[in-house]
Design a protein around this ligand. Structure first.
Ligand code: PLP
Length: 394
């Protein structure tokens, strides 16, 4: 009945679906508060009060036909202009509304960009470990995802490995920093080296290779760590931003794409991306949310609450004897497993702990623990983690 491509996706998806269903089963059996579900990157903290105020303000003050109507595929010009101004102020860039396309979250943005760039057989490179959906998104357009092996020393991307994996068919490199699943923020030095590799390869092959900066976690960085703005390091950079995590709005599906004026064939790429929003079927980003986020450009979620969770979980897990990278950003702990990661994630379920095996991110030997949960969930989970550690002789 269904297409061969979807048949494969449906089969591959079953592990994640099984975890979701397992969580519900455990909650029904033991009570939701006794299940430590660290499997999903779904923020547990509410959107800032300013978001509700902005939505009400838009509905109260703006004309209903304007608020709920179609606009140009790229989004409201005023919203795109306000975003460009805000980026220019923060990062010293020189964007205008003609560089911004409103998108349906980062996932929508990535799909628009890949639809715009890829011919069948084109390659998209990324660094392991990586967000599991990249493979699906690239395959949507019959592209091939090429994963650079993980640099397990510190999970900074390894530019020396990158060079050997770029071919004449490479159209793009997806960079995700702060990173899901490691919590690592890619340093300016790493970015400079990556840019140098890409510049050299563009010259060697006479091609354009785009960096696609996947940035849903940009605002979630701790201890004042700087998250480099990639368009300043490499001109063929396209940014996919989202408010899913930064304003706790994942269900609202709102984000934007930045295509800098200095990118190769900027106008062609920009116009094609606007058409991609249409042919992919969502036409434009949600109108009410566009107008609301434009009023909240100075707002972020409570990063302090995530920071508290980060420290609590890191201390709790390392006290149990586990080895984790101390995350610099996002809301994920990346923990080394004392056994096969899938077996370990299975064993964790006995203690009502749900975590995602690193194999799902192309990097076995680790699990991802999403700490965008209530602080009390972390507190209650630590005795369970202790028992799990003891089971492995830690
Ligand atoms: N990219 C990464 C690395 C993510 O972790 C996520 C969501 O978890 C997305 C993209 C998709 O985000 P959005 O909800 O904005 O589509």
């Amino acid at each position: 009945m269904i297409s061969e491509k979807m048949m494969k996706l449906a089969q591959n998806n079953s592990a994640i679906r099984a975890m979701f269903e397992e969580g519900n089963r455990l909650a029904a059996q033991y009570g939701r508060e006794n299940v430590y579900d660290f499997s999903l990157g779904n923020p547990n903290f509410p959107a800032p009060a300013a978001v509700k105020k902005a939505i009400v303000d838009v509905l109260d003050r703006e004309d209903a036909v304007f608020v709920h109507g179609y606009m140009s595929n790229a989004g409201y010009e005023s919203v795109r202009g306000a975003i460009a101004d805000s980026l220019n102020k923060r990062f010293g860039t020189a964007f205008g509304d003609g560089n911004i396309i409103m998108s349906v979250g980062a996932a929508g943005g990535l799909n628009v960009v890949l639809r715009t760039l890829l011919n069948p057989g084109d390659e998209v490179v990324t660094f392991s470990p990586y967000f599991v959906e990249y493979g699906n998104y690239v395959r949507n357009y019959d592209g091939v995802l090429v994963a650079v092996p993980a640099n397990t020393a510190d999970f900074q991307p390894d530019p020396s490995m990158l060079s050997g994996m770029i071919t004449p068919k490479t159209k793009a490199l997806i960079i995700n920093s702060p990173n899901n699943p490691t919590g690592v923020v890619y340093s300016a030095e790493s970015i400079r080296k990556i840019a140098a590799v890409l510049e050299a390869k563009q010259k060697e092959y006479g091609t354009s290779i785009f960096i696609i900066a996947d940035e849903p976690y940009r605002e979630l960085a701790y201890d004042g760590v700087e998250v480099p703005y990639l368009t300043k390091f490499y001109k063929n950079t396209i940014v996919c931003y989202s408010w899913s995590k930064s304003l706790s709005l994942p269900g609202e599906r709102i984000g934007y794409i930045v295509i800098p004026g200095e990118a190769d064939e900027y106008q062609l790429v920009f116009d094609a991306a606007c058409i991609a929003t249409r042919v992919l079927g969502f036409v434009n980003a949600p109108s009410l949310q566009q107008l609301a986020v434009a009023r909240c450009l100075e707002e972020t979620t409570d990063v302090g609450a995530y920071d508290t969770n980060r420290k609590l979980l890191y201390k709790g897990l390392t006290d149990c004897g586990f080895t984790c990278a101390f995350p610099q950003g996002a809301f994920y702990m990346w923990m080394k497993t004392p056994a096969d990661d899938r077996e370990f994630a299975g064993a964790a379920k006995k203690y009502n702990i749900l975590v995602v095996p690193g194999t799902s991110f192309g990097c076995p030997g680790y699990v991802r623990i999403a700490y965008c949960v209530a602080k009390a969930t972390i507190e209650r989970s630590l005795p369970a983690f202790k028992k799990l550690a003891q089971e492995y002789g830690l």
